[in-house]
Ligand binder design. Structure first.
Ligand code: R5P
Length: 290
């Protein structure tokens, strides 16, 4: 039994002071349960509302491409600068130390390779995501693909059902087929479909008219970096996306294929969280690269 000696009567009730109103810093998440909000808060910094996610799930489609040949050598040294790690369960368990204490956005679907394009897509068990204590699960949608659109929307839908049981947010990842236009109309459609089907985060691409894509998507959008660009252009991409409403980046190749990946992720972080201009970000990159 608790020690009852010196049990003090409460007398600071703040009478006349309104109960503190609790806002929430993640778009569209104000009505979500506490566990979901806790996980989203691990990804999106409560001070800025933004996130730098380091994506290194590329091997699950592309194999050991440039920059992800050796996760222990190429990626683990960057982990300290990322707000969240996006990878597959195989890489998480085999190559990421369990004491890095970073939120994980787990790539949770599979069935595609660069050799065969999109195949019969499957989603991993929610129990495995729980066992790995992930903060979100990422599921790809192939909007506009006549064969796999319905299948991948159903994947997202089911993942949201299962994620809701355990308060695990689902990130909808908008894939772009080769025949798709990379424009605001397409990304606006794909992003909105993710959100309408219950995704609490959407990953898509920056494009002209991106502000409209963001405006019409009721949950936070993070942008993929896409193919490797010169560092300054990649920082410009981050800057434009953030200034047009993105809640962050989920960036891979433009970080781990950089001439100085550690410098690049720190510069990206400063553009995303500290509103550095591309010039300032590039200066930071150059300073840190030395
Ligand atoms: C998306 O589905 C991929 O798996 C990558 O996570 C994504 O494209 C982000 O990486 P990158 O910045 O290299 O495009």
């Amino acid at each position: 039994m608790a020690d009852l000696d010196d049990l003090r009567e409460g007398n600071e009730f703040g009478l006349g002071v309104e109960a503190t109103a609790q806002g929430f810093h993640v778009k569209g998440a104000a009505n979500l349960p506490w566990g979901m909000k806790d996980r989203l808060s691990r990804i999106f910094n409560p001070k800025t509302g933004r996130a730098v996610m380091l994506a290194f799930d590329h091997g699950f489609i592309m194999g050991p491409t440039s920059g992800v040949e050796r996760i222990d050598l190429n990626i683990v040294p960057l982990v300290e600068y990322a707000d969240c790690l996006m990878c597959t369960r195989g890489i998480l368990q085999s190559s990421i130390p369990a004491n890095v204490n970073k939120p994980i956005c787990l790539r949770s679907d599979a069935g595609t390779s660069i050799l065969t394009e999109l195949n019969d897509n499957v989603v991993m068990d929610i129990e495995d995501a729980i066992r790995m204590n992930v903060s979100a699960m990422a599921i790809m949608l192939a909007i506009g693909d006549p064969t796999f659109e319905a299948k991948t929307i159903a994947n997202l839908y089911k993942a949201v059902d299962r994620g809701s049981r355990y308060n695990i947010p689902i990130m909808g990842v908008t894939a772009v087929g080769k025949q798709m236009e990379r424009d605001a109309r397409y990304f606006g459609l794909a992003s909105r479909i993710c959100a309408e089907n219950g995704a609490t985060i959407v990953k898509t691409y920056y494009c002209d008219g991106f502000d409209k894509v963001v405006a019409a998507c009721p949950v936070p959008i993070v942008i993929a970096g896409g193919k490797k660009l010169p560092e300054k252009e990649a920082l410009e991409l981050c800057y434009k996306a953030i200034n047009e409403g993105a809640a962050g980046v989920d960036m891979g190749r433009n970080v781990f294929q950089s001439t100085s990946p550690a410098a690049m992720i720190q510069a990206v972080h400063a553009v995303v969280h500290d509103n550095l201009t591309p010039d300032q970000g590039y200066e930071m990159f150059m300073d840190l690269s030395e």
